[in-house]
Ligand binder design. Structure first.
Ligand code: SF4
Length: 400
């Protein structure tokens, strides 16, 4: 084998030429073409995206805001009936601002992440007080309202005005991290800054609504977390993750956080088919909703009964249950406590008796409803389960 040794100006020219070729290739093989990315996404959304949802086809920022908040962490199919019921009861921001907090929580009951409902109510009041009842249409002003982040504010304004504003929710982060090949923990400030830059740089001037919806649709349908359907993706041709076989490693996992477990003892106090409930303080988990009286981990149920002022006929342990919140998991140890009379402990503010069957329609967190449903056969054997719920019907009114 012969080795050619070349030195001097020839080498320099050769290096410059190689660099020029590489640079030109890099440009022609650019990981994405901004205009093409948005155009392909828009065309795809118009044909294959989601259409006909109750919050589409409107420029009413109140409706858009409500849908964006409800859709956080929640599937479209779950949201639709809640959205329609909420809107029927509170058709505009003034109606929501003037609503009773308990009524707002009741209509949200079962949708989870209840801080969203409290913030929604607070934001409606703020819109009335500081914006004269007109929902603002500037991203900064919208993001200043309780419970609305930068991405949600941008989505509301983009859909309400057609102006280009970059969004970056969880699904969009996944699409952009994969398509642009942005590695690193997706919750790190450096990665988030790069994702915002990427989102901003790809905005189209026209068809903003279809583009914004297309990003959301792509992230929640084809570009799924565990098994992206790249073969049908409109931007597959220049997707870095697809080309390099890295869809399983992009976006990078969040920095590990120790899982927190909180434990509590619940007393499910039952008297003649009615159950004793307490209103949860706000702010806090399930704030404003009605739940079982809760005590610190390890609390003796007899002592807990004494502190409530109820005299138990029997106390039976029920299976533990777990419920995951965003930052921790709650493990509850419930005890069924049978008492003879409902009058005990009911006089306390924030504490009410309610018929166990009626509880399914009241402002209760889903795990509390589920536990009560397992005990409902016992309630249905009691004549008091549905009729004459007394104070309970005032505390947690039934759906109309
Ligand atoms: S090609 Fe695959 S990984 Fe890339 S954006 Fe499309 S669905 Fe996601």
């Amino acid at each position: 084998m012969r080795i050619l040794k070349v030195t001097g100006p020839a080498v320099h020219r050769s290096i410059l030429h190689s660099r020029a070729v590489l640079h030109s290739r890099a440009r022609s093989q650019s990981p994405y073409n901004v205009k093409a990315f948005s155009r392909r996404l828009i065309d795809w959304q118009k044909v294959h995206g989601r259409h006909g949802l109750p919050w589409q086809g409107t420029r009413d920022p109140y409706r858009l805001w409500l849908s964006e908040i409800m859709l956080q962490q929640t599937q479209v199919a779950t949201v639709i009936p809640y959205y329609e019921r909420f809107l029927a009861r509170f058709p505009d921001v003034a109606a929501l601002a003037g609503a009773d907090p308990g009524e707002v929580m009741r209509l949200w009951s079962g949708l989870g992440y209840y801080a969203r409902a409290r913030n929604l109510h607070g934001a409606a009041r703020r819109v009335v007080e500081t914006h004269g009842g007109r929902f603002p249409l500037q991203v900064d002003a919208v993001a200043d309202l309780p419970g609305i982040g930068r991405s949600t504010a941008a989505a509301i304004v983009a859909f309400a005005t057609g102006e280009p504003h970059a969004i970056l929710d969880g699904n969009v982060k996944r699409v952009l991290a994969r398509h642009a090949g942005i590695a690193g923990p997706v919750d790190s400030s450096a990665v988030i800054a790069r994702l915002w830059e990427t989102a901003q740089s790809r905005l189209p001037r026209r068809d903003v609504e279809a583009y914004t919806q297309g990003l959301m649709d792509l992230g929640s349908t084809l570009c799924s977390r565990t098994s992206p359907d790249c073969g049908r993706c409109p931007v597959r041709a220049d997707c870095v993750a697809r080309r390099e076989g890295r869809t399983d490693e992009l976006p990078g996992p969040k920095a590990a956080r120790a899982a927190k477990l909180r434990r509590a003892v619940w007393l499910v106090v039952i008297a003649g088919g009615r159950v004793l409930l307490e209103q949860r303080p706000a702010p806090g988990i399930w704030g404003g909703l009605w739940s079982f009286p809760a005590f610190a981990e390890g609390m003796d149920p007899r002592e807990a009964c004494a502190s409530l002022g109820v005299a138990p006929v029997s106390i039976d342990p029920l299976p533990n249950l777990r419920h995951a919140f965003t930052h921790f998991t709650l493990e509850a140890t419930p005890f069924r406590v049978r008492v003879r009379r409902t009058s005990l402990a009911a006089g306390e503010p924030g504490r009410r008796w309610i018929g166990m069957v009626d509880a399914q329609d009241a402002a209760l967190p889903a795990p509390v409803k589920r536990l009560l449903a397992t005990l409902a056969p016992e309630a249905s054997r009691s004549g008091a389960a549905r009729a004459g719920t007394g104070a309970g019907s005032r505390a947690a009114p039934r759906r109309r």
